[in-house]
Design a protein around this ligand. Structure first.
Ligand code: NAD
Length: 255
């Protein structure tokens, strides 16, 4: 029997990168997957990839910074599949690198709205369902930027520190309710976000080479390497793990 047979997983930011890879990984383990994101075409592409992996899933158009969208996401999930076992709150955006005076108030608000308020809103609605069931596992996407400071992207760093704070606090509040809450903290992972940040692999920019060499293993990670940590955190094997952040960074923060 598949690890997650009869289970239901919601994944925000499931339209690309880490979210898409994790949606496929959940489907391969037998879970029904609800893919949430703003981009309809890419969302349906993820559903097609889930079906190609012999899985089942639906796409629900969702902007995680809008509470009505999150409410609709969780209501439709329950209406379609009857329950909610796993939530991977992964949608996020990067900061354009720059000095403190260069960043704008609009950029601050946009990053905080998506990276922090989006995770908080998602957990509000997910937890309400999971409390009714008496079970559930939540994994939030933080970052190594949630563990250490980094120059040039302070707003992103602050937003990811906040994700870890939300994760720990929710884990403590619901530890006796059968709900576990953890985070994954990736280092540099080869996705569209990294391409926007340091240029595509083909461009071989100095910034990209610097980023690669910062990782002791000498390369960036893959979205599947993050997905496998999310699957583990949701599995019965992780039943005593809550309030933690698992770092997936090729040794970056061990230095
Ligand atoms: P990505 O850009 O491919 O994925 C981010 C996804 O979030 C996209 O599908 C995007 O459309 C979606 N999204 C953005 N704003 C949204 C909103 N308001 N509502 C719904 N969806 C929204 O990049 P990724 O690398 O897969 O990023 C996934 C997560 O991983 C992000 O939270 C990011 O901060 C985090 N992360 C990435 C890296 C990396 O090196 N790639 C490292 C650490 C953490």
């Amino acid at each position: 029997m598949a690890l997650f047979a009869e289970k239901v997983a919601v994944i925000t930011g499931g339209t690309s990168g880490i979210g898409r890879a994790t949606a496929i990984a959940f489907a391969k383990e037998g879970a029904k997957v609800v893919v949430a994101g703003r981009r309809e075409k890419e969302g349906e592409e993820t559903v097609a990839l889930i079906q190609k992996a012999q899985g089942e899933g639906i796409f629900i158009k969702t902007d995680v910074s809008v509470s009505a969208d999150i409410k609709n996401l969780i209501e439709k999930t329950i209406f379609t599949y009857g329950h909610l076992d796993f939530a991977f709150n992964n949608a996020g955006i990067e900061q354009t690198p720059g000095s403190f005076p260069e960043a704008t108030e609009e950029e601050y608000d946009r990053i905080m709205d998506i990276n922090v308020k989006g995770v908080w809103l998602s957990m509000q609605y997910e937890i309400a369902e999971m409390v009714k069931q008496g079970s559930g596992v939540i994994v939030n996407t933080a970052s190594v930027a949630g563990l250490v400071g980094m120059s040039a992207v302070p707003i992103y760093v602050a937003s990811k520190h906040a994700v870890i704070g939300l994760t720990r606090s929710a884990a403590l509040e619901y530890a006796k309710s059968g709900i576990r809450v953890n985070a994954v903290s990736p280092g540099g992972i080869q996705t569209d976000m990294i391409d926007r940040f340091v240029g595509t692999p083909e461009s071989e920019t100095e910034f990209r080479q610097q980023l690669q060499s910062m990782h002791p293993v000498g390369r960036l990670g893959t979205d599947e390497e993050v997905a496998s940590a999310v699957i583990y955190l949701c599995s019965p094997g992780a039943s005593f793990i809550t309030g933690q952040s698992i770092t997936i960074d090729g040794g970056l923060t061990a230095q």
